[in-house]
Design a protein around this ligand. Structure first.
Ligand SMILES: [Zn+2]
Length: 92
């Protein structure tokens, strides 16, 4: 059983499905294997990271309009999302 804390450790990366070539910004728990990620095409096991650098402007308005931030809010709530988003920006 997962603790709450471990569920907060997530990766954010641009990934691509080698089956249908769909790209998206994936937010997934750190212990998730890429081969277990399901694409929207329904295929599991064809997803790899693109290595694309994600450039994010950190001003508040841009952040709130950024779908990656919105995904983080969905995942963690606003407070944690804000911190994670800024950490994420700093590592780019
Ligand atoms: Zn796909």
């Amino acid at each position: 059983m997962k603790t709450l804390e471990s569920s907060l450790e997530h990766e954010v990366a641009e990934v691509i499905c080698l089956k249908c070539l769909n790209r998206w910004i994936a937010v997934y728990p750190q212990d998730t294997l890429l081969k277990d990620i399901e694409c929207k095409c329904g295929f599991i096991g064809a997803v790899i990271k693109t290595g694309q650098t994600l450039n994010i402007d950190t001003d508040d308005e841009t952040m709130k309009n950024d779908v990656r931030y919105q995904n983080m809010v969905t995942m963690w709530g606003e407070k944690i999302a804000k911190r994670k988003y800024r950490e994420f920006c700093l590592t780019q």
